[in-house]
Ligand binder design. Structure first.
Ligand code: SF4
Ligand code: SF4
Length: 175
């Protein structure tokens, strides 16, 4: 999960070193929403985060109707040699906190590519896909209840919203 990074005390700005965490940026929701997804795909396939990012509440049909017949979200499991293989859905995958490692059949990319595309992007998409990470009502409610909302993108250093923290419009940390 996204966390606050320690602010640098250096007076002279410099570029981050490879692998170094950058300082979090505080932005309003209106400022965060125009930041475009760069299509890195790290939130579309568990393999791209070494199995960290998972799917919960996977229905029995695996959203097949939305994908025109075949399953859209496919559970996967690690095998020897750092590889992954598809596996059948089980009842456990239907639990909200199942932690199902998955791949999405609609994501077009080689695993080592830095970007890809969603074949459903311009049509009907799952609500959770369209809302991640700054769209939908949930983040608006969370912002009303809390003064800041760290986005769930700490595992995605390539995400265009990485290290962003959404705060209310009148929050002085935006300045
Ligand atoms: S439907 Fe599109 S946005 Fe959702 S997981 Fe699949 S590729 Fe990603
Ligand atoms: S991790 Fe961020 S930039 Fe990458 S596909 Fe997901 S929303 Fe887009």
């Amino acid at each position: 999960m996204a966390q606050d990074a320690a602010a640098s005390s250096d007076a002279t700005p410099r570029s981050p070193l490879p692998g170094e965490r950058t300082v979090s940026r505080y932005v309003s929701l209106a400022e965060a929403r125009p930041i475009e997804c760069n299509g890195c795909g790290d939130c579309c396939d568990s393999r791209r985060t070494g199995g960290y990012w998972t799917w919960g509440d996977l229905p029995a049909d695996q959203y097949a109707a939305m994908y025109g017949g075949p399953p859209l979200i496919i559970p996967i499991e690690p095998i020897e040699g750092g590889e992954w293989r598809d596996r059948a859905r089980t009842e456990l995958d239907g639990a909200t906190l199942s932690g199902t490692r998955f791949r999405c059949a609609a994501f077009d990319s080689a695993l080592d590519d830095a970007s890809g595309s969603c074949r459903l992007h311009d049509g009907e998409r799952l609500a959770r896909c369209g809302e991640f990470p700054v769209w939908g009502d949930a983040i608006e409610r969370e912002l009303r209840d809390h003064s800041k909302v760290p986005l769930q993108i700490g595992a995605f250093p390539r995400c265009s919203l990485h290290d962003i923290i959404v705060v209310r419009d009148d929050d002085l940390r935006r300045m």
